[in-house]
Write a protein that binds this ligand. Structure first.
Ligand code: NDP
Ligand code: MG
Length: 391
């Protein structure tokens, strides 16, 4: 949805101070055709103030009232509306000036703003995979009905999206979803038991937010991405095959019904999928290191070890059960990762908590947004209960 008169495009970013958010703003910096209509963050007031002064949005959101008050004082010399809480995120999502909503917040908090933006006819540049994992059955049909595009920002899904360019209809036989394997690739369960927060935060190829970095080490991230791929590309779970590819050069591939495989290769740099989503179907120049095949010499592939990295196995299980189960999987993981980062539980207690939260849940088929948020809350309460009983 380009503005045909001057080729410019206006975007709003939820989560502008995070890893994806700041890289999106780098893309904006390098592309004068992009304008920023609105920005939102949780509580990073200083960073948001600097972004406001550089990118001149019309509206900004802070999750907490306290942070919003602080920001209002800091930018009182500017004509910028400061909004708060969920109401604020919803107001930003439907802002008439913006054409694309970049969802770069973490977690299921993104569901309602994403739905509101689609209803208002905005295209979505989607990084916030938790939204599709838990509410894909609501979001994808709504997007089709409203004629808006869901443009993947996640590197693997962008690669799949790029591999599908120009292909007629759905001729996918299989999606080959690549995974770096994370920092603990090749480790045994016994070795994993002793892993500390510092170890889990050392990703070999990508620099990302803390939660997704831990998710990459447990393969929960890949599990979430399997579900994300199922919704985005309308395929069955069995058509999504995870391939461990430690070099992170092939960002994913599609095998078509005639056996041809088309892949997208590149250096591990999120700015490429972000820029691609913002300018689709165009490609714009981008600086940066290029893949040098001679330097690489070889690309390698392995099967994922689902017995050691139970996160992936549990994700397939949750996806097969469907309905509200992916929400429980996701919410249990969010809580467990937060507890692990706070050093309240050990590394292997992450999949253990996810598994036990899933066991105690009775699936609701086709949950509404309210039921999804209720299942999330119940899962949080279940885990809080487990922790208070002597973990
Ligand atoms: P970060 O933790 O780096 O950033 C999260 C952002 O969301 C911050 O700007 C944070 O603000 C903001 N935020 C958190 N809670 C709220 C809230 N309640 N209201 C408004 N803003 C909020 O995360 P990432 O950038 O790593 O990840 C964002 C999403 O993108 C996730 O869903 C992740 O799975 C996905 N993704 C990330 C990739 C990456 O390379 N990082 C790759 C592929 C997908 P504050 O600074 O104030 O806390
Ligand atoms: Mg990814």
């Amino acid at each position: 949805m380009n503005d045909e008169r001057n080729g410019s495009k206006s975007i709003a970013i939820l989560g502008s101070t995070g890893s994806i958010g700041t890289q999106t703003l780098e893309v904006v910096r390098n592309n004068p055709q992009l304008q920023v209509a609105a920005l939102a963050a949780n509580s990073s007031v200083e960073k948001l103030e600097a972004q406001v002064r550089e990118f001149h949005p019309k509206m900004v959101g802070m999750w907490t009232e306290k942070a919003a008050e602080d920001l209002r004082i800091r930018i009182s010399d500017l004509d910028v509306k400061v909004v708060t809480g969920m109401e604020g995120l919803l107001e930003i999502a439907v802002l008439p000036e913006s054409q694309v909503l970049v969802t770069a917040i973490v977690g299921m908090i993104g569901i309602r703003p994403t739905i509101a933006a689609i209803e208002a006819g905005k295209d979505i540049a989607l990084a916030n995979k938790e939204t599709l994992v838990t509410a894909g059955h609501l979001i994808m049909p709504l997007a089709r009905e409203r004629g808006v595009s869901i443009l993947p920002v996640d590197s693997e899904h962008s690669a799949i999206f790029q591999s599908l360019n120009g292909e007629p209809g759905n001729r996918i036989e299989k999606i080959l979803l690549t995974a770096s394997g994370g920092p603990f690739r090749g480790r045994t369960r016994e070795q994993l038991a002793g892993m500390q927060v510092e170890d889990a935060l050392k990703h070999p190829n990508w620099s990302m937010g803390r939660k997704i970095t831990v998710d990459s080490s447990t393969l929960v991230n890949k599990g979430l991405e399997v579900m994300e791929a199922k919704w985005l590309f309308d395929v069955k779970l069995d058509q999504v095959q995870v391939v461990v590819h430690p070099q992170s050069i092939i960002h994913s591939a599609v095998q078509f019904v005639d056996g041809a495989i088309i892949a997208q290769l590149g250096m591990p740099d999120m700015k490429l999928p972000i820029q691609y989503a913002l300018f689709y179907p165009d490609r714009r120049p981008m600086d940066g290191k290029r893949v040098d095949l001679f330097e690489l010499q070889q690309l390698t592939f392995e099967k994922p070890d689902q017995e050691t990295f139970e996160g992936l196995k549990l994700a397939y299980q949750a996806a097969r059960q469907g309905g509200s189960m992916p929400t429980v999987f996701n919410a249990a993981n969010e809580k467990a990762v937060a507890l692990f980062l706070d050093k309240k539980i050990s590394y292997l207690q992450i999949p253990e908590l996810i598994g036990s939260a899933m066991e105690q849940h009775s699936v609701i088929k086709n949950p509404t947004v309210e039921q999804i948020l209720e299942a999330e809350q119940q899962t949080y309460e279940y885990i809080a209960g487990r922790i208070s009983y002597g973990w």
